[in-house]
Design a binder for this molecule. Structure first.
Ligand SMILES: *[C@@H]1O[C@H](CO)[C@@H](O)[C@H](O)[C@H]1NC(C)=O
Ligand SMILES: *[C@@H]1O[C@H](CO)[C@@H](O)[C@H](O)[C@H]1NC(C)=O
Ligand SMILES: *[C@@H]1O[C@H](CO)[C@@H](O)[C@H](O)[C@H]1NC(C)=O
Ligand SMILES: *[C@@H]1O[C@H](CO)[C@@H](O)[C@H](O)[C@H]1NC(C)=O
Length: 301
């Protein structure tokens, strides 16, 4: 039909009815869906990139974002000098992936260049330092200006009241940030207290079947009203230490099959009646994490 129209009319029609609609995180469907009702695969220990025994990822933060990963997790510790937060694996003596300010600046630069993308950020506070150390890095990087503050702040926003991705994008609040310990939502409202919002399944799993969706943290928590994060990254025991199992990543990060993203999600869904909000993975470039995410969310790849 359209091909019979004169060219001028055709381009007018294209303006009125764009053939490709705007997408949010790569899917039209997500634009109108509540942020709390989308399953997002995440990069566990996202800053630890390389091939040493303590690394968890193969590709840089920017490459992870380019791949479609919209949930980044990172561990922080105080620098050896004790004056700045760094992304360190267990201790800054073991592995130091640079300052929190640089990490957040990398993310801010990417988000500025990609205006239809919404990111979830989960930081850990391994040294239990005061929240001012975190807000200092957020403000130095400018990422604080993109962070979402719930309308109920400092109280928790109920799970069914979250905005859609399009609303977050339109409001310029495209980063939803959580901290595991010592958040202070009265002082720094854009860093949300992880365990007021979520529960997590066990981490440092060494059973490749991932046959466990029990509530690990906060201990004794109820699932009711809480979002949840599944720790779907496999460790193997090497001389008594838990090491990320890169050799198994194709199977661990598969869409379906024993021990896959899809299999553990189905188990969790059978327990809690809804899919996870976040699924943390090592080696996000291996297996098919985005395909698994599409299948769980019921969107086409
Ligand atoms: C979540 O989104 C799906 C797909 O749009 C929808 O069918 C479902 O009702 C939503 N669930 C909630 C709790 O809003
Ligand atoms: C950083 O954390 C330390 C240790 O908790 C605390 O004494 C200090 O006040 C914090 N710095 C800022 C700027 O809040
Ligand atoms: C968008 O921003 C306006 C003005 O700050 C606020 O009233 C509204 O609640 C925000 N909407 C969402 C979905 O966050
Ligand atoms: C993972 O799968 C890819 C693609 O099939 C393959 O090239 C690679 O060798 C596999 N890696 C491992 C560690 O099995």
């Amino acid at each position: 039909m359209l091909s019979n129209l004169p060219l001028g009319l055709l381009s007018a029609a294209a303006l009125l009815f764009p053939i490709t609609s705007a997408q949010c995180n790569g899917q039209v469907e997500y634009c109108t869906r509540s942020w709390s009702n989308i399953t997002t695969v995440g990069s566990h220990d996202s800053p630890f990139v390389g091939d040493s025994l303590s690394d968890n990822q193969d590709i840089s933060i920017t490459a992870q974002l380019d791949l479609g990963i919209r949930f980044l997790q990172g561990q922080t510790h105080m620098s050896i000098l004790g004056n700045e937060l760094e992304l360190c694996h267990t201790s800054c003596l073991l592995e130091d992936a640079g300052s929190l300010t640089d990490y957040l600046t990398t993310i801010k630069t990417w988000l500025d260049a990609n205006p239809n993308e919404v990111l979830t950020l989960l930081l850990t506070n391994g040294d239990y330092v005061g929240i001012g150390n975190f807000s200092a890095s957020f403000e130095a990087s400018g990422l604080d200006t993109l962070c979402y503050v719930p309308p109920t702040s400092p109280d928790v926003l109920p799970i069914n009241e979250w905005p859609t991705l399009q609303e977050l994008i339109d409001n310029g609040t495209r980063v939803v940030t959580f901290l595991d310990y010592d958040a202070d939502m009265s002082t720094v409202p854009y860093i949300l207290d992880e365990f007021s919002y979520y529960f997590e399944t066990p981490y440092d799993v060494t059973d490749s079947t991932f046959d466990d969706c029990s509530i690990n943290r906060p201990s004794g928590a109820s699932a009711d009203g809480r979002m949840y994060i599944v720790n779907h990254f496999l460790d193997k025991d090497v001389l008594g230490a838990d090491i990320p199992d890169r050799d198994a990543a194709n199977t661990t990060n598969a869409v379906s099959g024993t021990g896959s993203i899809g299999a553990q999600t189905a188990l969790c869904e059978s327990l809690y009646g809804r899919p996870p909000n976040g699924i943390l993975l090592d080696w996000v470039d291996l297996g098919e994490p985005i395909k698994a995410q599409d299948v769980i969310n019921g969107v086409s790849s």
